[in-house]
Design a binder for this molecule. Sequence first.
Ligand SMILES: *Cc1c(COP(=O)(O)O)cnc(C)c1O
Length: 360
Amino acid sequence: MLEIRLTRTTTPKEKPQDESALGFGKIFTDHMFLADYTEGEGWHDARIVPYGPLSLSPAASVLHYGTEIFEGMKAYRTASGEIRLFRSMENIRRMNHSAERLCLPEVDEAFMLRALDMLVDLERDWVPHSVGTSLYIRPFMFGADPHLGVHAVHAATLCIICSPVGAYYAEGINPVKIAIEHEDVRAVRGGTGYAKCGGNYAASLRAGKRAEEKGYTQVLWLDGVERKYIEEVGSMNVMFKIAGKIVTPALTGSVLPGITRKSCIELLRSWGYEVEERLLSVGELIGAAEDRTLEEAWGTGTAAVVSPIGTLAYEGQEHTVGDGGIGAVTQKLYDTLTGIQWGTLPDTFGWCHTVEKPCD
Ligand SMILES: *Cc1c(COP(=O)(O)O)cnc(C)c1O
């Protein structure tokens, strides 16, 4: 396996004192992982180096044609001081699926896991201690070809950076107001919706900004062809409890296959709930809100884990979900997933992996 060279920083930064002020993605640790890919040669020069600016050609493919993919995962500190990752192999496999879609090179799974372990092990003192805090890990890859011709990349860079992040919900989980977007679309079938790529986000920002200006936290996306079927919400997958059953949009190609989504489905089924992965039209959803059979709605994603939706706005009208508060299933999913991640509940599914000291 490709060797990973380590160059330690000689000027370690001061760790944040006030863990309640961490926020999200504002502070970065002392080191980062880098590796380069060149066609013909494969991946080479894998290294962990002091965190700092990257150098790349102004003609680099990513700057012109958006050849970029990323992942998002967290390292958690348990009460006994162990550092754990949650379903990290799922992130690695998804990164390779994203890479395939954008003609970026794939990475050996075992090598990638080793890179993550080595970097997180080195930065373990950066994993914050307070309840609900974690170390957010952001692997990303981009096309680095220094040519303006439009073609699949011949050179790429893989990077992993880490950021201590605060508790997503400083004052307990709170229901949010979501606007159903009927103008802009995030992705279309056949496009890049199922890939975690920067371009999907670039296309989503305008609708997000407009919704925020009207007092909504995020946008709920409809499918790009008919603008009829529910897809996902902002950077989260979405689930509904309608007349006792759980309904979530099927993975039709334009929806991101979330690992939190997958984990919620597995938990829900283990608790005996019927979970339907299917097409759900906005008409059916609003109808369920109107006849009060829409009992709960929530988003799922690594950052927030589970985010209850209290209000849905569609075509200028607001609809309350359930009683507008946090539903019992939403709360149970949140408590169970966070319990498994932070080690206060048994990891019965074997989802967590303890970061050992592979460098020693
Ligand atoms: C990352 C992401 C999600 C959530 O995926 P997780 O693996 O649960 O973090 C959902 N939707 C979009 C668009 C995303 O980028």
